[in-house]
Write a protein that binds this ligand. Structure first.
Ligand code: PHE
Length: 373
């Protein structure tokens, strides 16, 4: 090859090396490009060996040209390699700088049920073993089931006790789970043992202790000779299971048109043991649920003869119970979607209860089995 041609070829190789070096993005690719040009069989590497083929008088010039090309291509690749090395060590030190062993790790948040659901399931387990069925009714109710059949006629002042969402179709969002008392009486007839956990709605201004959407759990037991003693026994058992210890309870008179007599059931304060503290407003008692003997008019509305059957009903505030059990102080947390509210049941829920619980009916100890019977 003429010297001139060689020089042209070398210029071409240098040009090619430059554009390849610019394209290369990582060390392994650079190694391959280098081999393709500088390797023994590479474009430039092959030419290096041809120096012996030239006549002695041009060998000097050929050598100079080859060495210059070799050097410049070598420098090109060295620069390229340095660039990669710098990048890598920058990334390394960024990684090293980002690691702070004092920071908490990325904790997994395991999924969990809502506190209200946790308490609901717990109560269902207790009552199922007493032979109670778990019933449900519609959130959207008629005036008849929500009020009238519960002994609250349209003109009765007791309607003011419950601020109601009225719907355009003459229906309303149920203000309590009590309408399902009537629905269950109509559906099954006596005897009845059921609970009704469910969502209720009231037209409330929302604050730490009021919500427009909350959960209750209705309870209803109807049979021959059901008395207040049965009510007290069942309530004491329920609270013992929920709070996992014996609790003292007391009844105070309370007014609800659908029970007679009606009561407010208090539980001895679990925080102070009854001595009086801020939680129980120094009284030693905490109001836990309203209850009473089913009013004869309500039995009649449900198609049951009040001269043959009697019963008790209670309205447990599920949301409130969940707040008490899990120490949640603000009701707004419950519907907020704040996932921290879901951490509670996992840590605090008591052990699962198994076996059949004794239930005193008609003075004899039976174990609840037949639904409603
Ligand atoms: N339904 C009543 C309320 O929501 C509670 C209640 C239920 C009272 C059953 C007595 C008996 O206020």
């Amino acid at each position: 090859m003429e010297l001139e041609d060689l020089k042209k070829q070398l210029a071409e190789i240098e040009h090619q090396a430059k554009s390849l070096a610019a394209e290369v993005t990582h060390a392994e690719a650079l190694r391959q490009v280098k081999a393709r040009i500088l390797g023994k069989k590479g474009t430039l590497g092959k030419l290096m060996g041809t120096i012996r083929d030239y006549a002695p008088e041009v060998r000097g010039q050929v050598g100079q040209a080859l060495n210059a090309a070799n050097k410049s291509v070598g420098r090109l690749f060295d620069e390229c390699a340095n660039r990669f090395r710098e990048k890598e060590s920058a990334a390394d030190s960024a990684r090293a700088g980002a690691f702070d062993p004092t920071l908490p790790g990325d904790r997994e948040m395991p999924g969990n049920v809502h506190p209200v659901t946790a308490v609901q399931w717990e109560i269902e387990r207790v009552f199922e073993r007493l032979g109670f069925t778990v019933e449900a009714g519609p959130d959207m109710e008629t005036e008849h089931y929500n009020f009238e059949a519960l002994n609250i006629p349209a003109t009765h002042p007791a309607r003011d006790m419950q601020d109601t969402f009225w719907l355009a179709n003459d229906r309303l969002l149920r203000t309590h789970t009590s309408p399902v008392q009537i629905r269950t009486m109509e559906k099954f007839g006596p005897p009845i043992r059921c609970i009704v956990p469910g969502r209720c709605f009231r037209y409330e201004t929302i604050d730490a202790s009021h919500e427009n959407t909350f959960h209750q759990c209705e309870g209803l037991m109807i049979d021959k000779d059901i008395s207040i003693a049965n009510l007290i026994a069942v309530m004491r058992l329920l609270l013992r299971e929920v709070f996992q210890r014996d609790v003292k309870i007391r009844l105070r008179p309370g007014y609800f048109p659908f029970v007679e007599p009606g009561f407010e059931l208090d539980m001895s304060c679990l925080i102070c043991g009854g001595d009086g503290c801020a939680t129980c407003k120094r009284s030693g008692w905490i109001e836990i649920l309203p209850c009473g003997m089913v009013h004869p008019n309500v039995l009649r509305f449900g198609g049951i003869d009040p001269h043959v059957f009697t019963g008790f009903a209670f309205g447990l505030g599920l949301t409130r119970l969940a707040m008490m059990k899990y120490g949640i102080h603000d009701i707004r947390v419950m519907n907020s979607g704040d996932l921290r509210a879901l951490v509670h049941p996992a840590r605090l829920a008591g052990p699962t209860i198994t076996g059949t619980l004794p239930l005193v009916i008609h003075g004899a100890e039976t174990s609840g089995d037949a639904p409603g019977g």
